[in-house]
Every structure is written in C-alpha cells, then in structure tokens.
Design a protein around this ligand. Structure first.
Ligand SMILES: Cc1ncc(COP(=O)(O)O)c(C=O)c1O
Length: 402
C-alpha cells in the first residue's frame, strides 16, 4: 500500500488509517484461516457487542451492508405494507430503498437549509393516519436533535428509526447515534467513519424483540436451525470484516476527533477568506463526526467548472448528493416533481464536499481553501458564472439533468 502523492489532495485517502494497522490485519487473517470459523464466527459476536456498547445500545446485529440494515431493521420494527414512513429527500438513496423493500409507503420531507438534516416542522405537516415511523438520517456526521426527535415521537405517536450510516459515535444533547430511536442502521462501507475492507452493516437496538427478529431475518427467517418462521434472507456481516472492524474500533474516537478539528480549521479559514462559501451549520460541537465536510457555494458559481478547476489545482471534491431522492428517475412512481422540496433542491445544486479524512493535514486543508479561493476568483474574472451564461439558475440546472 502506498500513500497518494503529497502534492495531490484526494477526496478520501484510507492509507493513513490502514498503514499502521496492516500487521494486525494480517494476524487477524491468519487467525481466521487457522480457526476456520468463516461465517458468523467469534469475531462477529465480539464486534456486535463492542460496537453496541460503544454506541450506547444494548444489542448489535451484524448484516451484509447498510442497505440491508435499513430494510431488515425497519421490517424488524414492524414496518411493512399498510404503513407509511417519513424520511428526508436529502439523503443517500439507500434510505429510501430500505423503506421500499419493506413494502411501506415512503413520505419524503424537505431539509433544513442550514444543516441539510430533515426538517421536523415540515415532517409534522405530512404525518398521516398510517404513519408508523420517522427515519432520522444523521447526515454528514451530525445527528438530528435527539430532544426534538423524542418530542416528535411523543407528539405524533410514532417510532424513530435512525439511519446512522454516516454518524458512527456521533453525539448530541447527551445521546450517541444509535441510542435515540427504536433501532438504528449503520454501514461499514470502506470510506465510512468506521469502514470495513469491503461491505458490512449493523442494526443497533435497545429492544430484545427487535434484536431477536433481526437475527431471524438475517438468517433465512430461522430463529433456530432448519425452522423458518418468516421470509428472511441471507445477510451476514462477514467474519473477516468483523475481525478487521474489531481492530479499527478502538481508533474511531480519535479519528472522529481529527475530523472535527479539521472541520473547525476549514470553518475558520472559510469565514476569513471566503465568507460567501457557507459551511453547513454544526449544532453538535465536538459531537459532529464530519463524515463529510459540506459547504454551500454562492448560487452564481458553476459547480462543475469549479470542481474541474480544483482538480487542476490538485484538489479532489465531491457532491453529496447532486439529485435528491424525489427527483431520481427510479422513484418517479412516487409522484413527486421538481419544486416539491425547494431547500433540498437548492442544496443539491449548490453544495460541495471538500476533502475530509483522518490523516489529512492542517496544511492540506489550507491548500484546499487556497485552491478554492483561486478557482472562485478565476471563475468570477472569466465571467463563467450563472449570471454570465444566463442558463444555469438552480431550477434550470435540475431540469436539464432530469
Ligand atoms: C445515509 C446512508 N444510508 C445508507 C447507506 C447504505 O449503506 P451501504 O452502502 O453499506 O449499503 C449509506 C451508505 O452508503 C448512507 O450514506
């Protein structure tokens, strides 16, 4: 394994995390080879317990990926046909796929323009008779306010289910991600704050019934061998991935702290040098684990060109996400259209994600901001912004994509 060339700043680089652990990874692989417990071995049980404990939950049930954690977790909580579920349109599409896989009806909700998180006031307006749950997606590493979620749950008599795929060990108001709702789904996709060297996922819960049903659902619907009580599937956290995650977990808190410090450095530099670029607001202080560092660009900036200009300056960037769920062609049947969720639409058009990973140096953050200042100045002086091209206002850009 070799690190990326120092002059380039990749969007994500996992080498700084993995290089110091390589020897332990190799030992874990040797251990698995000699034990031979390739499926659901001791490492899975150990990791389920360790991750649940670290997150303030009672039970952890490992599955194959975060999408399965959502679909099976929601099913284990009783969601299915004849129920509806509130969820944000500003999320990775897996949140919506998870709901659809249960047979429940998704009700999409706009986001708060300052944080990008679900707008609970807007959610309150769309609760229906058959609404059984709200999915709080702790997006970009920041939790949706636990106090507000618990108040929402009580006021509308519905369950809170957390999509914590981007928020391992995030904290807010004294709660950890995964300890607020009836259950929570996590992903261990490699670039997550806690990532495997492949796919993986987990459901956390404080409820023994949810944990038991999850164990059954991930194991062909069988509570015990060759006895099947419902239609389940085969979705297990790989034993080798669990072994590697056990090695990485003790480092997670430190990695999250590094992310938070880097974000503070970005915040300060942007406020000083580029106040027109606005980072999403952090209401969680040190509890925000910055899976992604997201900022909103001024409306007139042509983002594609800006990203190309950054790349020319050796800086990779990302967009999370360029098209909200309600405008994805796969979900046209849900009946939503352009204009339904103006904040999420504007966010999808103006947001940019800057490099963020443990091991990124403070000087590299400075280089990213320097490149951003240069690229924005260049765009302003070349006249290549939406005022000049006249055709790139937010709504029109989205229309062009659809
Ligand atoms: C918010 C969110 N939910 C769900 C998922 C799905 O996880 P996975 O890719 O492990 O299926 C992801 C990750 O990709 C995610 O970011």
């Amino acid at each position: 394994m070799t690190s990326a060339a120092p002059s380039k700043i990749p969007f994500v680089d996992l080498h700084p995390q993995h290089e110091p652990l390589q020897g332990e990874f190799e030992q874990a692989f040797q251990g698995l080879l000699s034990r031979g417990d390739f499926v659901m071995g001791k490492a899975v049980e150990d990791f389920e317990t360790a991750f649940a404990t670290a997150s303030g939950a009672s039970y952890g049930v490992g599955v194959a990926c975060g999408t399965d954690a959502l679909a099976l977790g929601l099913q284990a909580c009783g969601l299915g046909p004849n129920t509806s579920v509130l969820l944000p349109t500003n999320t990775f599409v897996a949140t919506l796929i998870g709901v659809l896989r249960t047979g429940a009806t998704p009700i999409l909700v706009d986001c708060d323009p300052e944080t990008g998180l679900i707008d609970l006031d807007a959610a309150a307006d769309t609760v229906r008779e058959d609404t059984h749950a709200l999915i709080a997606v702790h997006l970009y590493g920041q939790m949706v306010s636990p106090k507000a979620l618990l108040a929402f749950s009580a006021a509308h008599d519905l369950m809170i289910f957390e999509d914590a795929a981007q928020a391992h060990l995030a904290q807010r108001e004294g709660f950890r991600a995964g300890s607020v709702g009836i259950a929570a789904a996590f992903s261990f996709y490699p670039s997550k704050n806690l990532g495997a060297l492949g796919d993986g996922g987990m459901v956390l819960t404080a409820q023994p019934e949810v944990s038991d049903r999850m164990r059954c659902l991930r194991n062909y619907g069988a509570p015990r061998k060759y006895f099947h009580t419902e239609l389940g599937t085969n979705s297990r956290l790989d034993t080798i991935q669990a072994s590697l995650l056990n090695i990485k977990l003790p480092h997670l808190e430190g990695w999250n702290r590094d992310r938070n410090r880097l974000a503070q450095h970005y915040d300060a530099l942007l406020a000083e040098q580029l106040p027109q670029v606005r980072p999403l607001v952090n209401h969680s202080g040190d509890g925000h684990v910055y899976h992604l560092y997201v900022a909103l660009l001024p409306q007139q900036i042509e983002r594609k060109q800006l990203q190309a200009d950054l790349e020319d300056r050796g800086v990779q960037s990302g967009v999370h996400y360029p098209l909200p769920c309600h405008l994805q062609p796969a979900f046209r049947d849900l009946g939503y259209s352009l204009g339904d969720f103006p904040h999420a639409e504007r966010h999808s058009q103006s947001m940019i994600s800057l490099p963020m990973y443990p091991g990124l140096g403070k000087q590299q953050v400075e280089k990213v901001v320097e490149a951003l200042v240069d690229a924005i100045q260049e765009q302003a002086s070349s006249g290549l912004d939406s005022r000049e091209t006249g055709s790139l206002s937010n709504g029109l850009q989205l229309k062009a994509q659809l």
